[in-house]
Write a protein that binds this ligand. Structure first.
Ligand SMILES: C[S@@+](CC[C@H](N)C(=O)[O-])C[C@H]1O[C@@H](n2cnc3c(N)ncnc32)[C@H](O)[C@@H]1O
Length: 312
């Protein structure tokens, strides 16, 4: 039977309630821990470390995410064989292993505890995915995981917040999925509960806040405008100035590097814009209300505003 530490180790700034939540999850999860234990017990003497649910970790204890939620988290992120999934704080490796086994993609688990790295590597061997699922000993706050296209986490709210600035600098469109804990005022793009346990998805938004010069070209000719986006995470509003007209963009939606919005020009023509943000440039297509199609290019005119707008 697994025993839990009498006091829950965690980040010193974590509220007691989140430590209790993890421990409750640990107490409810002994069955989930059993496969890892029996696998470890069968291992040769040199690799006989037996993980205990609730054991100390550097910044958070080890509690495995239940299989059904692991599957749901990876599906929320729409993992494909082209992805590279990185699990921050990998424990026994089950998320990275599931990504490789069920979604045929490369994966990496970063884990501080070297004994758990050994357990995870052996579990990947047993699952037949050691070629795709790798594990490295490291501290998630020092490790470079910028090549990931999907990042998974079962940490603590304060740890998620501490990681958030780094996560927000990842390539736009990178998917982040967490078990149980959120990202402060950064609202998730999707959420789920599986057997009462919450999972959340965020899509790293491109940086669009600030001023842009917008050129729109279609059969009516080319028109130029000064546009400005106000951004708080993935939430964006926009305004535009064209000759003597000032107006508001309608239905602005940013998802990763894709931005769409509607805009009425100074001649009263309403167009839908659909573009991709690449650094300081946005390029895409337009469709006027009468069906006429065209293209647009936007170029930054000033400094980008911070994506998190100074929140939290
Ligand atoms: C709650 S468990 C989650 C395990 C796994 N991701 C899952 O969902 O099944 C958190 C894991 O993070 C590890 N950990 C804690 N602090 C860490 C740090 N700074 N760097 C790397 N791993 C860490 C712990 O050892 C533990 O295995």
């Amino acid at each position: 039977m697994n025993t839990l530490p009498s006091s829950a180790p965690s980040h010193p700034t974590e509220p007691v309630v989140t430590r209790r939540a993890l421990l409750r999850a640990a107490a409810a999860a002994p069955v989930l821990a059993l496969p890892a234990l029996s696998r470890a017990q069968q291992a040769p003497a040199s690799t006989s470390f037996v993980p205990q649910v609730g054991q100390q970790g550097k910044d958070v204890i080890w509690v495995p995410t239940p299989d059904a939620l692991v599957d749901r988290m990876l599906r929320m992120a729409q993992v494909t064989p082209n992805d590279f999934v990185v699990d921050l704080g990998a424990g026994d490796g089950k998320i990275a292993i599931a990504a490789a086994r069920d979604f045929k993609c490369r994966s990496l688990g970063v884990e501080y505890n070297p004994d758990m790295v050994g357990v995870a590597r052996r579990n990947a061997e047993k699952a037949g995915v050691a070629n795709l699922a790798k594990f490295e000993q490291g501290d998630i706050f020092a490790f470079d995981y910028s090549a990931a296209t999907v990042v998974t986490m079962y940490l603590l709210p304060g740890l998620n917040l501490k990681l958030r600035p780094t996560l927000l600098k990842m390539k736009p469109g990178t998917r982040l999925v967490t078990h149980q804990f959120t990202m402060g005022s950064w609202e998730p793009d999707d959420s789920t509960t599986v057997d009462g346990r919450p999972g959340y998805l965020w899509i790293v938004p491109a940086s669009v806040g600030g001023g842009w010069k917008l050129a729109t070209t279609d059969a009516r000719g080319t028109s130029e405008a000064n546009a400005s986006f106000t951004q708080v995470f993935q939430n964006v509003t926009g305004t535009v100035r064209m000759s003597s007209m000032e107006g508001r963009m309608r239905a602005v939606k940013l998802s990763g590097d894709r931005i769409v919005f509607d805009l009425m020009d100074d001649r009263g023509v309403l167009r839908s814009y659909d573009g991709r943000v690449v650094g300081d440039r946005i390029e895409g297509s337009t469709r006027a209300a009468d069906g006429a199609t065209g293209t647009f290019v936007a170029q930054r005119t000033g400094a980008a505003t911070p994506v998190d707008a100074g929140r939290d």
